[in-house]
Design a binder for this molecule. Structure first.
Ligand SMILES: NC(=O)c1ccc[n+]([C@@H]2O[C@H](COP(=O)([O-])OP(=O)(O)OC[C@H]3O[C@@H](n4cnc5c(N)ncnc54)[C@H](O)[C@@H]3O)[C@@H](O)[C@H]2O)c1
Length: 400
């Protein structure tokens, strides 16, 4: 369903989307309190915020908060993670410019990201660095890039890209992921729970006794490994940093090289934030019937495109379970086409976790709207007062 102001699956799904967002709203007290203040102070008046973040219910509550503060919004999500009913509700009832649908390809996702920038935002909230990439690589966005007041970047992969591969910018970018609040509360606890939930909902299999290989033992990987162990899985951790691997060993996980561990796994989860961690040769070493999924930002982490190229046959067995038959008859079960399993297979991180994370986003955007001239034009950490205020608000809401 398309108009100049939106491109979504089906506006008729709005009522279901409203129910979803209302449930999330009932469990987001931090954003509720922020909304009340922002509605009075109107810090975003005159601003349009261009957003790339999963189009799902918690994001809907966040957009409502920003709009109460005077913002207009254009948004896209990520491949495989859009809730089509939430997208419809955002368009019909909130007047958000939404460019996203669940089964969009990566190429369509990048076109949607362009549409967000075509909407001429004055502030950006990015996730994975795709908006920043377009701003730096496309001539047609050069002027927009110069006029932007500032940006945020949500996640580890985007932070890595901004710091390692993208050129410097003409505006400040606040990296939400740099906070301990985000890394610990969301990446470790939130992702840990939701990835396990996503695998279980998608497959309906028991995890107890299964040999699970977790590749990447950063903040997210630690949470995933711990929760899997808690459910009785026999967890092996592979991380290419020796110190991190040692930490996993001291925590009691089996560890080893990828080559040594890959053949023994019943389930493999990638969560590194880096491309090509699993290569075509690795699939040849896996056991027949292995389940493979990804919790990192992009399906390129497990080389999804290359895996499909290797497959002689692809059969959809359940929503988000594909059976790929390789040369010689070996079967690989790929979940959610390699997209983020917790969002594609479940509802993403728990609502409370995103209440905190999206409060960090809100206050960082408010800082950019009101005092961007005090910040340097480069990627930088969230101002300390914002992280403390958010953490205090979470303590009040959760502990009392
Ligand atoms: N699913 C979600 O909801 C969600 C939420 C937050 C972050 N993420 C994403 O999860 C990914 C991981 O984030 P993080 O915060 O844990 O990152 P991190 O930087 O804390 O940890 C990544 C770990 O992977 C290891 N690693 C990197 N390349 C490797 C390789 N080739 N082989 C083995 N180990 C390797 C690193 O040494 C590091 O220990 C990122 O893509 C991030 O954007 C997903």
């Amino acid at each position: 369903m398309t108009s100049g102001k939106h491109k979504i699956k089906d506006i008729g799904l709005s009522d279901a989307g409203k129910d979803r967002v209302d449930w999330a709203r009932a469990n987001m007290p931090i954003l509720r309190a922020l909304k009340e203040r922002l509605a009075k102070e109107q810090p975003f008046k005159g601003h349009k915020i261009g957003i790339c973040l999963h189009v799902e219910a918690k994001t809907g509550v966040w957009l409502d908060t920003l709009m109460a503060g005077g913002a207009r919004i254009a948004i896209t999500g990520s491949p495989g993670t859009t809730q089509d009913d939430t997208a419809a509700y955002l368009v019909r009832d909130m007047g958000v410019e939404v460019f996203a649908w669940r089964d969009e390809t990566f190429a369509e996702h990048m076109e949607n990201a362009e549409r967000v920038l075509d909407a001429r935002p004055s502030l950006i909230a990015d996730n994975g660095g795709d908006l920043h990439y377009l701003l730096s690589s496309q001539d047609k966005f050069r002027e927009l890039s110069r006029s932007l007041q500032g940006a945020t970047e949500e996640t580890t992969t985007g932070a890595n890209r901004l710091r390692e591969t993208l050129p410097s910018f003409t505006f400040p970018t606040i990296i939400i992921n740099d906070t301990m609040a985000k890394r610990i509360v969301e990446n470790r606890y939130g992702v840990g729970i939701s990835v396990v939930d996503g695998i279980m909902r998608t497959t309906n299999i028991m995890l107890g006794g299964k040999a699970v290989l977790v590749i990447g033992y950063g903040y997210c990987g630690q949470g995933v490994a711990q929760r899997l162990r808690g459910l009785g899985a026999r967890v092996t951790v592979v991380d290419h940093e020796p110190m991190v691997q040692l930490e996993a060993h001291l925590e009691g996980f089996n560890t080893g090289t990828l080559e040594a561990c890959i053949g023994g796994a019943d389930i493999i989860v990638t969560v590194t934030g880096r491309d090509g961690v699993l290569q075509p040769d690795h699939y040849k070493q896996m056991r027949d019937g292995v389940i493979v999924c990804n919790a990192g930002q992009n399906a390129s982490e497990l080389s999804a495109i290359e895996l499909y190229d290797m497959a002689q046959d692809v059969r959809i067995l359940r929503p988000d379970i594909e059976q790929l038959t390789l040369d010689g008859g070996k079967k690989i079960f790929l979940l959610a086409r390699g997209n983020l399993i917790n969002l594609a297979g479940g509802d993403g991180n728990p609502i409370e976790v995103m209440d905190l994370g999206l409060a960090l986003q809100t206050l960082s955007l408010e800082c950019l709207a009101l005092r961007s001239e005090t910040l340097e034009c480069k990627p930088q950490t969230v101002p300390q007062d914002i992280e403390r205020a958010t953490t205090r608000a979470a303590l009040e809401a959760w502990v009392g």
